[in-house]
Ligand binder design. Structure first.
Ligand code: TRP
Length: 331
């Protein structure tokens, strides 16, 4: 029998996802689900390391789940759940905290960045964020973790902590491998094409949300930063155009050569218009499905419940093994 890989990934419910998340992550996740054992998690416990408005966090948790499903993640094929519904995550995180060194957490660049951005709230949770993330991954004996480049350092930490625990207490965790997809992995900001597109960018023109309406999408692409050249062609220093060409290719399936030919002799203005249309058309069915799902809370709660049950079952197995190994008394 073919060995199915266990794939785990998570997204914070900290805002509506962007086309960067969609093209870089969700599209690939949907491709994995037929041949692997996929587990996707809405990480609400990670989200509160930054100040949240409780009602908004609750709404975004539903929205994030709905977005996953609208983007083609099938709750019948995958385990889709909310982190706080599975207590083993927080429980394992405590234990892993005791196998993680202060020094290694101090080196995490995301911690340093977020401490700068939220200097009035540098809480212990922000510091130990990567340990909770390690717990997320290790609980499921995960093989592969599809993530963006920015999470690579956290995956490395999860591997180090897992290896250290295995060394101290005997073989317990599978050592996970980060999987950074090549195609469309990095959609850049429309306003600063040297920066990754981010849903938390203060400049809303930098990103296209999956729920932006057509007018907003068109406006954002019209305003996209390009360069002083006029030719639609990839090139060094043409980061804006390179980015738009990638987005166009993802939505239309056209190769760069086809795009260059299509826009030969036409300016950036026309190209941006075409990228906007392709994007709006690509997102339309997702938006429709999303609306439908958000009007059916009972369905979403059913998905959460089923996901939590499945995840709990798997997570408990690992956690009880861990409890035994560290010397906790079992009753
Ligand atoms: N830290 C990840 C991010 O911000 C989200 C995350 C939490 C995650 N737990 C995870 C991703 C486990 C992969 C696996 O993008």
């Amino acid at each position: 029998m073919e060995d199915k890989k266990i794939i785990f990934s998570g997204v914070q419910p900290s805002g509506i996802l962007t086309i960067g998340n969609y093209l870089g992550a969700l599209i690939n996740w949907a491709k994995f689900q037929d041949e692997n054992n996929c587990i996707f998690c809405v990480v609400d416990q990670h989200a509160i390391t930054i100040k949240q408005v409780p009602a908004e966090l609750r709404r975004r948790t539903y929205e994030t789940l709905a977005i996953y499903i609208a983007c083609g993640i099938d709750p019948e094929k995958c385990t889709l759940f909310v982190q706080s519904h599975v207590p083993a995550h927080a429980e394992l995180a405590w234990i892993l905290n005791c196998s993680t060194m202060f020094g290694e957490l101090s080196r995490m660049t995301q911690f340093k960045d977020k401490s700068k951005r939220h200097h009035d709230n540098i809480n212990a949770g922000l510091f130990t964020y990567p340990v909770l993330m390690a717990a997320d991954i290790l609980l499921y004996q995960t093989d592969l973790v599809p993530v963006g480049q920015d999470q690579q350092q956290h995956i490395e930490l999860a591997r180090d902590v897992a290896a250290r625990f295995n060394q101290s207490y005997s073989e317990t965790f599978k050592i996970p491998v980060g999987f950074i997809p090549k195609t469309g992995a990095r959609v850049m900001s429309l306003q600063d094409p040297l920066k990754k597109m981010s849903k938390s960018d203060e400049n809303v023109n930098g990103f296209v949300s999956l729920l932006d309406d057509k007018d907003t999408i068109m406006r954002k692409f019209r305003r996209a930063v390009t360069d002083s050249d006029t030719c639609v062609r990839r090139g060094e220093g043409k980061d804006g155009i390179n980015n738009l060409m990638s987005i166009y290719s993802c939505f239309t399936g056209k190769t760069d050569e086809e795009t260059e030919k299509e826009f030969d002799g036409r300016g950036y203005g026309e190209f941006k218009e075409a990228v906007g249309i392709a994007c709006a058309e690509g997102l339309a069915p997702i938006q429709e499905k999303f609306k439908e799902l958000m009007n059916d809370k009972a369905y979403l709660e059913g998905v959460m419940r089923k996901g939590a049950e499945e995840a709990n079952r798997m997570a408990r197995k690992t956690l009880s093994k861990v409890y035994r190994k560290v010397g906790f008394v079992g009753l």
